[in-house]
Design a protein around this ligand. Structure first.
Ligand code: ATR
Length: 280
């Protein structure tokens, strides 16, 4: 590694971005694979996104991940958006191709499903109704993934009903939009409930959801990872439900990114998970 022929470069563009655990995750994999390279946090203001994305190629970057608030706007900037990202309506990962053009994809969906599978071996999406709370970008990836995995009924509840309705209309299939007032009742006979809202995130109020009607056998999942256990997950755990937090979604979405950037499939190991957990 003293004289590598290629120094691998990738990063995450966001505003703000310094809270992101991605540099730690990718730094771990670079070291683990004994590669010369770095993964940097790129603090990019919305007005700088076009120039920043176009600079990836001349600077020698293999690509980048995108986080708040760039996931939707980047779709109009890159040269090609794959079918998955188009359906979800957001890009989470940009790949610089050999000719310098930029392609966009979305790995959040893979990250969510893979995390649930890893944390709850034997999990099946088709054993009962799934309640998804929230209808933002995160929800789109979760709903798309669950539908693709074979979920038979997805009850999508959002404070702003219109946003839930547009996801139900666009995706069709098993998704039914329900008004916010029905969120507590929607848990009846559910096999799984997922929080995709920002409620419960550090600095935000807790999710207003009464769990009384949720069967004790149901799985409760959150896509938030700071804190690791949101008030929603803590309440579910205390009444005996199995829970899955959002950290593994972040870790797992990095795998397809590496495949696309570097042609390597890195592992999400317990050691990696514990290392990132210690910083939260
Ligand atoms: P992201 O792309 O990260 O999912 P987003 O598009 O801003 O972020 O979506 C945030 C989600 O959290 C939305 O479903 C939002 O509900 P609205 O569509 O009604 O805005 C939800 N949300 C945020 N604050 C909320 C609150 N206090 N109560 C209920 N839902 C909330």
């Amino acid at each position: 590694m003293a004289h590598p022929d290629r120094f691998l470069l990738a990063g995450v563009m966001g505003w703000p971005v310094m809270h992101s655990r991605s540099p730690m995750l990718h730094g771990y994999w670079l070291k683990r694979h004994n590669l010369a390279g770095t993964y940097v946090p790129l603090a990019i203001r919305p007005e700088g996104l076009v120039a920043a994305l176009r600079a990836l190629h001349p600077l020698g970057f293999a690509g980048c991940n995108l986080t708040i608030p760039h996931k939707e706007r980047a779709m109009a900037i890159v040269d090609e958006v794959d079918t998955l990202a188009k359906s979800i309506g957001a890009i989470s990962c940009v790949v610089v191709r050999a000719d310098g053009s930029l392609s966009g994809t979305n790995n959040d969906c893979y990250g969510f499903i893979q995390n649930v599978r890893q944390e709850q071996p034997g999990w099946r999406p088709d054993v009962g109704p799934i309640v998804v709370i929230g209808a933002g970008g995160g929800s789109r990836a979760v709903c798309y993934g669950l539908a693709q995995e074979g979920a038979r009924e997805i009850r999508l509840v959002n404070r702003t009903l219109a946003r839930a309705k547009s996801i139900a209309e666009e995706f069709g299939g098993p998704i039914k939009a329900l008004p916010w007032e029905q969120r507590h009742d929607a848990l009846e006979d559910a096999a799984m409930v997922v929080n995709t809202t920002s409620c419960g995130m550090v600095g935000q109020g807790a999710l207003d959801l009464e769990l009384d009607k949720l069967p004790k056998t149901a799985l409760a999942a959150d896509i938030i990872y700071i804190p690791l256990e949101t008030p929603f997950l803590a309440a579910a755990r205390k009444r005996g439900n199995r829970t899955v937090n959002g950290l593994g979604m972040l870790l797992n979405q990095g795998r397809p990114a590496w495949r696309a950037w570097f042609g390597i499939e890195p592992e999400v190991t317990p050691e990696l998970r514990a290392m990132v957990e210690r910083t939260i």
